[in-house]
Structure formats: structure tokens, C-alpha cells
Design a binder for this molecule. Structure first.
Ligand SMILES: [Zn+2]
Length: 87
């Protein structure tokens, strides 16, 4: 089966990323930040790998981005409940 998300690597200098900032990956959400990620935001990474770790430029890395606090909670609400490890 063909990968529905063909990988097209694009190398962007870190200075350009810092300058542009990061925008929430949720469709229609305009929230963004520049510099250090504010509290409540999360990284979103989607990839296939036979192991837990995947190289960032691997062609099986299908999606990466950030989610704002509101959409972090919305995504989590769609996931199966898993028991949390007590700290
Ligand atoms: Zn958002």
C-alpha cells in the first residue's frame, strides 16, 4: 500500500523557524508562539517505526507540529483512557 502522506523533506534553518514562530497544527487555530514553548503547549509527532525512536528526517515521519493548550486537551479527550503512573 502506498503511503498516503508522502514525505517531502524540507530543511529550514533554525533561525528561520525561530523568526516564524510555531503555529498550532489544529485546523483553523491561529494561536502561535515565538521562542521557548509556553506552558501548556505540546509537541505533536506522528511516525511509523519498528521501534519507539524514529529519526526526524526519516521518510516515515508523517507529521510534526505543536498544539496550543486548548487543542492539546481536545486531542487528549479523543484518546483512549490510560492509567497514569503515580509519581
Ligand atoms: Zn490550537
Amino acid at each position: 500500500m502506498q503511503n498516503p502522506h508522502p514525505f517531502k523533506p524540507v530543511l529550514v534553518p533554525i533561525s528561520k523557524i525561530t523568526e516564524m514562530g510555531s503555529i498550532c497544527a489544529w485546523a483553523g487555530c491561529p494561536r502561535k508562539f515565538k521562542g521557548t514553548m509556553p506552558s501548556g503547549w505540546t509537541w505533536l509527532q506522528v511516525y511509523w517505526s519498528p521501534h519507539v525512536i524514529c529519526e526526524p528526517l526519516d521518510r516515515n515521519w508523517t507529521r510534526d507540529g505543536v498544539l496550543c493548550p486548548e487543542h492539546t486537551l481536545k486531542l487528549d479527550a479523543q484518546m483512549k483512557r490510560i492509567p497514569r503512573v503515580a509519581e
